[in-house]
Design a binder for this molecule. Structure first.
Ligand SMILES: C[S@@+](CC[C@H](N)C(=O)[O-])C[C@H]1O[C@@H](n2cnc3c(N)ncnc32)[C@H](O)[C@@H]1O
Length: 329
């Protein structure tokens, strides 16, 4: 039976997603709006197939059970299935890809309907009723949040700049911590490669870590002033040469601006410094051309020595993907 799934992607990464789909000739793919597309295939478990396929550039997915032609039709459809949805742990997630900004109108149109009187719904829930509004109509579907790749509407994680925010880059690491359970020991020791100006170091400090920040560039004075930070003002390669025999860190993060494959090589060189099973978070910077090829090569390289648990373009990634893994025991 034919199934459809909506996917979300960074608009600029659309060509790379299309490259990834070339490995799935049974899937018909069409763009439906800015940063979104629809996949059709004869596959009874299409959502799971896509979720398990390891797409690097797909951020979020949801199934399509119904295509509504109007807002009212979408509300009526949702009301009609309300009795099938759990009353607790439900989330109604709406994205409007048109210019009409009708997210609230639809979300509250659904939740204020008498059929949902007994339901409690939040921004995140175990069960998700997703609705994507397009020029062609409104695609609705119900799934488990875990099947959608992220628990947020469209995979969008918005964070506010606060007084203590050091750099926009720190949102990337916050996003990782927001949906991956990276359990750290008490008083964790962290190494941050390519740390300047210190956004990631700040995120690690907020999680109780003592941080060795490695970067020839200057750190923000608020970071340098923190007694839990040690700044090594040189290249990571030099740091690793000088500290080759020390096994001392519980987490490694790497946001170095360099060729993705080279960055992985440096990461692998740093493995002896990590405790067994320690998590690693690495941003792989991708070139404008051949992004998919470079990303796949870098990923294969890191997989040779690290158990990768996540590899994908995050909402806050630009021309890059984020890889999360654990040092093999
Ligand atoms: C995108 S910035 C890092 C931003 C940082 N994660 C933050 O949140 O503020 C990339 C950094 O990589 C550093 N870098 C590039 N090559 C490096 C190397 N070989 N060793 C150490 N740092 C390097 C640059 O100096 C630059 O500060």
């Amino acid at each position: 039976m034919k199934q459809s799934v909506i996917f979300f992607v960074r608009e600029e990464s659309f060509p790379f997603v299309m490259g990834e789909f070339s490995g799935f000739p049974n899937m018909k793919v069409k763009k439906i709006g800015y940063g979104a597309g629809i996949i059709e295939a004869e596959d009874a478990v299409l959502l799971q197939t896509i979720g398990n396929a390891g797409f690097l550039f797909i951020r979020h997915i949801h199934p399509v059970d119904h295509l509504a032609s109007t807002l009212q039709d979408a509300i009526d459809y949702a009301a009609g299935i309300a009795h099938l949805l759990p009353t607790a742990g439900l989330s109604v997630q709406v994205i409007d890809l048109t210019r009409e900004k009708r997210e609230h109108a639809l979300r509250f149109g659904i939740l204020d309907h008498p059929a949902f009187a007994g339901h409690k719904a939040g921004a995140e829930g175990e069960t998700v009723l997703s609705a994507t509004m397009t020029e062609e109509g409104i695609y609705l579907g119900v799934s488990k949040a875990s099947e959608n790749l992220t628990p947020r509407a469209g995979g969008i994680f918005r964070y506010a700049f606060r007084d203590e925010t050091i750099s926009r880059a720190e949102f990337k690491l916050t996003e990782v911590f927001d949906f991956l359970p990276l359990d750290l020991p008490e008083d964790p020791r962290a190494i941050d490669l390519g740390a300047a100006p210190g956004g990631w170091t700040q995120v690690l400090l907020q999680r109780g870590a003592r941080v060795t920040a490695v970067d020839p560039a200057k750190l923000d004075p608020r970071i340098t002033a923190n007694p839990r930070v040690t700044h090594y003002p040189g290249l990571s390669q030099d740091y690793l040469r000088e500290h080759a025999d020390e096994r001392q860190f519980d987490i490694l993060v790497n946001d170095m601006r360099m060729d993705a494959r080279e960055s992985v090589r440096v990461t692998l060189e740093a493995l002896p410094l990590l405790a067994s099973g320690a998590p690693l978070v690495v941003t792989l910077k991708l070139p404008e051309k051949k992004s998919l090829k470079v990303a796949r090569e870098a990923l294969d390289l890191i997989k040779s020595e690290v158990d990768v648990i996540f590899a994908r373009q995050l909402y806050h990634n630009r021309s890059e993907i984020t890889v999360v893994g654990r040092k093999r025991a």
